[in-house]
Design a protein around this ligand. Sequence first.
Ligand SMILES: [Zn+2]
Ligand SMILES: [Zn+2]
Length: 93
Amino acid sequence: MTGQLSTYGDDDDARCVFCGALAAGDCARCQRSVCGDCCVLTSGGIRTWAICLDCQERGGQSLRAEWMTVAGWVVIPILLLLAAAVAYVTWMH
Ligand SMILES: [Zn+2]
Ligand SMILES: [Zn+2]
């Protein structure tokens, strides 16, 4: 059919990470599921974001942790690929 928001289908039984209630959505920073009571809404330009209480307390500090996580997800696979390539070349010789 026409493009529907298929990702929402997986959120049916998503639970709030804080109180276990049915989640209303994902935190914009840490992507964890939170219910309406455990998040705060902050307007970030054209749309409203939900930020979990954890991220709101940490404030700007979470931004750095988020970048470290992103960097880890990018760097680690590259290192693994390099290690595999080096091991392969070494083995072939
Ligand atoms: Zn909650
Ligand atoms: Zn969060």
